[in-house]
Design a protein around this ligand. Structure first.
Ligand code: ADP
Ligand code: ADP
Length: 231
């Protein structure tokens, strides 16, 4: 069964006003568990809008979004927030970490707001995640003392804190040099293979997109192509 499915999803900004503009024009898309997908397309084509809708940060203005088997239209805002926390991890281009906090504190944050992790286990769990992303030795370093690549690794550990089914990454390597971009990409790939976490990665880097299982191309608010890599 798909982990998420969009059926004819539309999004208009400024709905009901004279300047209403539709930026997504009927998106059909399903993702299977464990898929590692790139989302490509020119600037302004609707990639971030699509990611925000899939990530339950914004609601479609038409069509259906199912997460697991659940129709998200039936959920109120609190229901969406809860489902988001249980299902989705985010990685942004500018990491969105709290730079005055340590790596460990940043990774612990979503665990703190989540449920089901007793106090003693929280730090342990965050430590294990930092180990997974190769930053065990940096656990007490303030984030603003880390390199761009290391900061993005902390952001990935934080995204994984509540064991999401899918990580949505908006240009996660966009601000990194080639070498750091490569290592951050490889880290996501490794987590995908080891944990079975799905990834949907917005990228302008076509050579990285080529190394994903599947590449979805959005142009002018529509899916222009959707290709699986040869096995
Ligand atoms: P991409 O991520 O592919 O660059 P976006 O999803 O950011 O594309 O934007 C798609 C279109 O929607 C663009 O024309 C953009 O200007 C418009 N847009 C995005 N966010 C808003 C908003 N909050 N209000 C109005 N228009 C928006
Ligand atoms: P990107 O292209 O990297 O997705 P943008 O710079 O287009 O990012 O957009 C940054 C923010 O501004 C987003 O939150 C987006 O929703 C908002 N935005 C983009 N275009 C518009 C617009 N025409 N009107 C209002 N908000 C917009």
């Amino acid at each position: 069964d798909p982990i998420l499915e969009l059926i004819g999803v539309r999004k208009s900004y400024n709905q009901g006003t004279p300047v209403e503009t539709e930026v997504l024009h009927g998106i059909d898309l399903a993702m299977a568990p464990g898929e590692f997908c790139a989302l490509i397309g020119p600037s302004g084509s609707g990639k971030s809008t699509l990611l925000n809708i899939i990530g339950l940060l914004d609601r479609p203005t038409g069509g259906k979004l199912l997460i697991g088997e659940r129709d998200t239209a039936a959920l109120d805002d609190a229901g969406l927030t809860a489902l988001r926390g249980e299902t989705i991890g985010f990685v942004f281009q500018n990491h969105h970490l709290i730079t005055a906090f340590t790596a460990l504190e940043n990774v612990m944050m979503p665990i703190l707001v989540g449920r089901g992790f007793p106090n003693g286990e929280m730090a342990q769990r965050a430590d294990r995640l930092l180990e997974q992303v190769g930053l065990a030795a940096w656990r007490n370093a303030k984030v603003n003392n880390l390199s761009g690549g290391q900061q993005q690794r902390v952001a990935i550990a934080r995204a994984l804190a509540r064991q999401p089914a899918i990580v949505l990454a908006d240009e996660p390597t966009g601000n990194l040099d080639t070498k750091a971009a490569e290592s951050v990409f490889e880290l996501m790939r490794e987590i995908n293979r080891r944990e079975g976490t799905s990834f949907l990665i917005v990228t302008h880097n076509l050579s990285l997109a080529d190394r994903c299982d599947r590449t979805i191309e959005v142009v002018d608010g529509k899916i222009l192509s959707d290709r699986k890599a040869a096995a």
